[in-house]
Write a protein that binds this ligand. Structure first.
Ligand SMILES: [Zn+2]
Length: 78
């Protein structure tokens, strides 16, 4: 039995994968060098900023939270 649901899921997965592998603009330095580091974690290859955002793409709308995360990471590193 062929599942109709399976086709839809695969199409969705392809779309998500494309977003995951894409580079995004850094809210800090403005360069398109932000790559996914982990779930909801993004890292800018240019300035080294760590951005907490959406699971599959950075969400600049949560900039305040991201800044907090960056500050706490900096403090943890010393
Ligand atoms: Zn940057």
């Amino acid at each position: 039995m062929v599942s109709r649901y399976g086709v839809t899921t695969r199409q969705k997965e392809a779309k998500v994968l494309k977003q995951k592998n894409a580079k995004y603009e850094c809210p800090k330095c403005g360069k398109k060098a932000v790559k996914r580091k982990g779930t909801a974690l993004w890292n800018c290859k240019s300035c080294g900023a760590v951005i907490a955002g959406g699971a599959y793409r950075p969400e600049t709308a949560v900039g305040a939270t991201a800044r907090k995360t960056i500050e706490s990471l900096k403090q943890a590193r010393g």
